[in-house]
Design a protein around this ligand. Sequence first.
Ligand code: GLA
Length: 403
Amino acid sequence: MSVERLGSWTREDGDARAVAVLTDRLGVAADVVRSAPGRVNVIGEHVDYTGGLCLPTALPHRTHVALRRRDDDVVRLVSAQTDETWTAELGDLAPGALSGWGVYVAGVAWALRQAGFTVGGFDAAVDSCVPFGAGLSSSAALEAATAVALVDAFDLDLGSGPGVRNLDDAARAILATACVRAENEIAGANTGGLDQASSLRCVEGAAILLDCRDGAVRPVPFDPLAVGLDLLVIDTRAPHSHVDGEYSARRVATETAAELLGVPDLRAVPFDELDAALARIGDRVIRRRARHCVTEIERVREAVAVLDGGDVAGLGPLMTASHVSLRDDFEVTVPELDTAVDAALAAGALGARMTGGGFGGSAIALVRADEADAVAQAIADAFALRGFAAPAFLTAPPSAPAG
Ligand code: GLA
C-alpha cells in the first residue's frame, strides 16, 4: 500500500536499542531495561478529569528505558530522539524549577521520593517507537517506562513484593499516581491521568474500564482481530497549536459546570436528568461542554455493555457519536481529525473518532480487517485532496502494559 505504516519494534529490539544508546552516549552499562506502551482510548474522552469512565487499550508501540543506578543524586539522560544530554540533581527538582524533556523522567524519581520510596540518581537512555506528538501518550509511556525501570533498579516494594515481576494492579496504580504527579507538578502539564493509568494498568488482549473517580480498573473483552475487525489508528500529523491553553480551558469549563450544578464532578449528573441539569446552566458554551461529558460517560457505559455481550461491531456507532460530541459540543477537533473520521466512515469503517486530547493528534477507526488498507488509502486520498500533510497509520491490537 502507498500509505505509511508505523511499525512497532519487538520488545527485544527496543530494549537492545536503549541499552546501546546508554553505552554509546554515556559510556555505562545498563543495570535494567524496561518499557511501557503508548495508548489509544477507545471511548471516554475528556472525562478523566471530571470523575468519568474511560476505555483505553495499550499500543504495541513502546518506549524503552535502559538505566544504571548511581551512588549520588545526579540524573543524566540521553535519548535516541535528541542529541541533547539532560542533566540535573534530584534535589533541584521542584514544581516549575526545571524544563526540557528530562523532567518527564526525573519527575518520576521526584514523585516516587515524595511518596516515601528510596530512589537516588541514575544514568538512563531512552529509545521509542511511540509516534511523538501524535496524541498517543508518548510522554506517559516515557514516565511509565521510567517508573518500572526505577522499581527494578532500586528494588522498590510497592506493597506487592520487590521488583517489577511482583507488581500487582494496586502497585501499578501507585506508580501511575507518581507519573501523574511528575506530569502535573514537574512537567507542568495539567492532564487528567488517563494516559498514565493506561500505560501502567492496561491488559494484553482486552480493553480496561478505568473509573476515574475511585481509580478502579476492570478488563473488558475487546479483541477486534478475533472477529475479523481491526482498530486502525490515523496519526493526522496536524500541527498542534494552543494545545495546553485549550486543554486547560476545557478542564475549567467542566469545573465551572459542576460548580453551577452543585456536584463534585460531572459524573454525578445522571444521564436521565441531563436535560434538567443543562437547563440550569445559563452559559451556552459551558452547557455544551457539560453535555459532552455526561453523554460521553453514558456512551462508555453502553460501549462496555456491547463489549461484555461480545458485540465488538456494536462499538462503531458509539465511537462515531463520541466524535460528533467532541467536534460539536466539546470543540476539540481540527479539520484533519474530522476529515479522517468522515473519510473512514465513507470508506466503510464501522465507526470512527478522534482519540486523546484532540487539537491535532490521532483518530481511530473500527474497520473490517481485510479493508484496513483500503480505508487507510481513502483517508490518505482525502488528506491529499485537502492539501493536508500525509497522515500515517498503525494498527492497535490491545497490547501489554509497562513492564
Ligand atoms: C489527554 C490527557 C488525558 C485525557 C485526554 C482526553 O490525553 O493527557 O488526561 O484528558 O487528553 O481524554
